[in-house]
Design a protein around this ligand. Structure first.
Ligand SMILES: Cc1ncc(COP(=O)(O)O)c(C=O)c1O
Length: 494
């Protein structure tokens, strides 16, 4: 049921100088709003007393108008509850309502939009948003999240907030939360930072947007991993940057190839802990080579460290930022994987000399991040729930990953190649004879199997066909069945 604006008065403008009596103006305004569909059946109407105050008229015209609307069946009153738009408007009236529901505005005439807006691809619901279930990438084990603890913390912080919680805060976010993030990054990720360098953002996506605004001009050349993270490329392309795809192999981005073909780039965007999507970890020698190139050519490195909490075969690998002696790395992290994506909370670790620039851009963008969940998350971390959750999930995802790899091997034997299953919540598979991974993805979606086509991660012409499979949200016991379903879809497509 639509619940729009209970108790909100509709926009009624009365004109005391008009020849039309006030009660008629009020009546016409309500009737018109109902016929246009602005007020919907069952919606509560403010009491005559409230409307009288808001319109600053005497009570009689309001009472008169309400009486007439009641008599004609536009309104109904429910004892003890108030006055409502009739839940069942007369049929004759409904046909008028439907006719009136056609768009009230028809776009016409010149309608200029920015060139920049044309550089964004049309939004489609393809990958992440279609459905919940088998192989959904970016889907955590939602049912395992400690919502009881979480809701207690939300209640605590909503119950009697401090004045600073409902007032403006630093554009970088809550100090207490930034302290927690800073301590976590220093301890768990080997990041070199202090609290003033941390900026809380609405997920990595906003981090990338702010970073792009600070660092790049139209025409700036930026290395992007090939294949790589599509949403980063969208931001760079929209900013007018020149994308320089650099191949990745088992050691991460091929720095020599990058230097050979695009030495003069302004920056490199990399996922060194867990290359997206192929899953390799950048080797130590590549890390040093990349840092050396950046220092010698005055370039920046954007490190997207999106899911490094989950490693299954080896110890977590320290961040690239922690190796950097020259403050060339902008480090970006997120709670989307480790907690859940709808939190929309991530962070940037900003080199000291760039803090003012990042703050200026952020302030112009959305002034500062929403406060409540920052405080909740600060407590969640301080009280040890965050660390516990990571440890539990690491075990759970390890089981889910192992079950998925086994089910794939059972079903496809040696013909399936699994890439990068040592970490994270997804891996890539390639199979022979896949003509179009996009087409298979479309078919699979009809069966509620949520694949992500590997080919969409390439920016160049040469695209490898394959699938990114998430295993975060599917229990180990359900993997074999899901893989059999996937197999049947593939068989019917080839
Ligand atoms: C490479 C990469 N970076 C970052 C993210 C997280 O993005 P966000 O923090 O905007 O949800 C994802 C997906 O979850 C990803 O795949």
């Amino acid at each position: 049921m639509r619940s729009a604006s209970v108790g909100i008065s509709p926009l009624i403008v009365v004109n005391r100088n008009s020849g039309t009596p006030l009660h008629r103006q009020i009546y016409d305004a309500y009737r018109g709003a109902i016929l246009r569909g602005d007020l919907h059946p069952g919606q509560q109407i403010p009491s005559s007393r409230i409307l009288t105050t808001e319109l600053q008229v005497s009570r009689f015209p309001v009472l008169n108008a309400y009486a007439q609307l009641l008599a004609e069946g536009y309104f109904e009153s429910r004892v003890g509850a108030g006055t409502f738009v009739s839940a069942s408007l007369p049929e004759q009236l409904m046909s008028v309502v439907q006719a009136a529901a056609s768009p009230a505005q028809i776009p016409s005439g010149a309608r200029p939009v920015s060139r920049r807006s044309l550089r964004y691809p049309t939004f489609d619901r393809l990958h992440t948003m279609r459905g919940w279930g088998a192989f959904g990438v970016h889907q955590p084990a939602f049912d395992q999240f400690p919502f009881q603890i979480w809701s207690r913390l939300v209640a605590r912080h909503s119950h009697s907030p401090q004045a600073n919680a409902i007032h403006h805060i630093d554009p970088r976010g809550s100090e207490a939360f930034r302290e927690e993030i800073c301590a976590y990054l220093r301890t768990a990720r080997g990041v070199k930072c202090d609290t003033q360098q941390i900026m809380v953002v609405s997920g990595s996506q906003q981090a990338l947007d702010i970073t792009t605004r600070v660092l790049f001009d139209p025409g700036s050349r930026v290395w992007v991993e090939e294949p790589g993270y599509r949403l980063e490329r969208i931001i760079l392309a929209a900013a007018g940057c020149h994308l320089c795809p650099v191949p990745v192999d088992s050691e991460g981005i091929d720095v020599s190839a990058g230097i050979k073909h695009h030495r003069k780039a302004r920056a490199a965007f990399v996922t060194p802990s867990h290359q997206y999507p192929l899953g390799s970890t950048m080797s130590a020698s590549r890390r040093l080579q990349l840092l050396n190139w950046a220092q010698s050519s005055g370039a920046w490195i954007i490190e997207d460290d999106y899911d490094s909490e989950y490693r299954y075969e080896s110890q977590p690998i320290a961040s690239l930022q922690g190796l950097d002696a020259n403050a060339r790395v902008i480090y970006i992290g997120t709670f989307s994987k480790v907690l859940f994506p709808s939190l929309r909370i991530g962070y940037i670790v900003i080199p000291l000399d760039l803090i003012d620039k990042f703050v200026a851009v952020r302030f112009a963008m959305d002034i500062f991040p929403p406060y409540l969940y920052q405080e909740v998350l600060a407590d969640f971390m301080r009280m040890g729930h965050f660390g516990r959750h990571i440890r539990r999930m690491r075990q759970l995802y390890r089981e889910r990953r192992t079950a998925l790899v086994k089910s794939l091997k059972d079903e496809f034997g040696d013909s399936v190649q699994v890439h990068g299953a040592e970490a994270g919540m997804h891996f890539v598979i390639t199979l022979p004879n896949i003509a179009s991974d996009k087409e298979v993805t479309e078919r699979a979606a009809k069966e509620r199997i949520w694949l992500l086509p590997l080919s969409t991660c390439y920016s160049g012409e040469k695209k490898r066909q394959g699938f990114i499979l998430g295993f975060g949200s599917t229990p180990a016991g359900q993997m074999a069945r899901a893989v059999r379903k996937f197999r049947a879809i593939l068989d019917s497509a080839t």
